[in-house]
Design a binder for this molecule. Structure first.
Ligand code: SAM
Ligand code: SF4
Length: 352
């Protein structure tokens, strides 16, 4: 069998059965003919997730972090950046504005900032829930009882990327953190009935196609409801500042394979993808994505949330940002989601 027919067979299997083993995933990750993988993912996205693109209003509310992830500009050891922390009332004002712009989900994200108590966070979630929107939190690793309290306060979803499912690579990039605890958090979130989002960085130093295939299998095993993946972007003030970053083609391939493996989940075209490539959102939407997360924070804070370079730049005002996203969506013949954009499970609508 020559290369092309073999790839076609693998893509057909994935498109129809939504399963593939590690060795075959590696073949698709490393093949040069990416286009058939992208188009298959687009067909599956249309069939199972529909044409709607869900907009989630992102509010980055604190850049303080007690962790020291090697890739991230917010790491505690980076003393070159100015930090900020929003007041609860400021967060609520931003959420109100996002809702008035049509967002049906508010995503609150921060470094692991121990300043806010769980009770304070619950009260913020509670106030946002009164605006008739879904609430997603992305605030890192907590205990099960803390996740329980936040769920009881009304939180619908939680984003916690595994970053890499390779234990050695994970250990080398996350001093003082434990892979086991990261996985424990994700399974606690699932058990507590959060819509659970995870994902990985692509293009990390030392990362191989085999590791990326394992990431995909990890997502499937977890039965993740959302998968966010973006290129690693080297950031000044971090131990990886001189390393090469991830490439857009690899991210698109991972997104497409995630869609083929898990047809009914939500997949964002991530901010990092949009920063790495000016057509990143459009390309991502063509490779399986059905979510975009416009940054609805205050402009003076956006640049300070300096995970990687380029964040918060080029955004004129919120309304223009949303109009630009909508025009990309409409140009592709897609629509803007009007509901909360929960995962619509395969078993609810389709049989395979
Ligand atoms: N602190 C929380 C956490 O780590 O889960 C949420 C905030 S953290 C800034 C959100 C995501 O940013 C991380 O999951 C990581 O994948 C991504 N990130 C951090 N540094 C990055 C970099 N240099 N390039 C691309 N993405 C990066
Ligand atoms: Fe902190 Fe998250 Fe950045 Fe790690 S990735 S340093 S936990 S903000």
């Amino acid at each position: 069998m020559n290369a092309m027919p073999e790839l076609e067979t693998l893509i057909n299997t994935l498109e129809n059965e939504h399963a593939l083993d590690r060795a075959d995933l590696v073949k698709l990750l490393t093949c040069e003919e990416a286009f058939p993988v992208y188009t298959a993912a687009d067909r599956v996205r249309k069939k199972f997730a529909g044409d709607d693109v869900h907009l989630r209003g992102l509010i980055e509310f604190s850049s303080y972090c007690c962790r020291t992830c090697f890739y991230c500009g917010l790491r505690a050891a980076n003393n070159k950046i100015k930090r900020f922390r929003m007041e609860p009332d400021e967060i609520i004002e931003c959420a109100k504005h996002a809702v008035s712009c049509g967002m049906k989900t508010i995503v609150l994200q921060s470094g692991e900032d121990r300043f806010f108590t769980i009770n304070e966070l619950c009260s913020i979630v509670n106030r946002i829930k009164c605006m008739d929107v879904a609430v997603t939190l992305s605030i890192g690793e907590l205990s099960k009882s803390e996740y329980t309290a936040l769920k009881n306060a009304g939180t619908d979803r939680y984003l916690l990327r595994i970053e890499t499912s390779n234990k050695q690579l994970y250990k080398s990039l996350h001093p003082g953190m434990s892979y086991k605890n990261r996985v424990r958090c994700l399974y606690d979130l699932k058990e507590l009935d959060y819509e659970t989002g995870t994902g990985c960085l692509i293009g990390l130093p030392g990362q191989t196609p085999e590791m990326l295939a394992d990431d995909l299998l990890f997502f499937k095993e977890l039965d993740a409801d959302m998968i966010g993946m973006g290129p690693f972007i080297p950031c000044a003030g971090t131990p990886l500042e001189l390393q090469d970053g991830g490439n857009v083609g690899a991210v698109l391939k991972m997104m497409a394979l995630a869609r083929l493996l898990m047809p009914d989940i939500n997949i964002p075209a991530t901010t990092a993808l949009g920063i790495k490539d000016s057509g990143g959102y459009e390309k991502g939407l063509g490779c399986g994505a059905n979510v975009i997360m416009p940054n609805m924070g205050r402009s003076e804070y956006k640049k300070l949330y300096a995970i990687y370079p380029g964040k918060g730049e080029g955004i004129t005002n919120l309304e223009n940002q949303i109009e630009a996203i909508k025009s990309t969506v409409f140009k592709l013949g897609r629509s803007i989601g009007r509901d909360y954009g929960n995962r619509k499970r395969l078993s609810d609508n389709h049989s395979v």
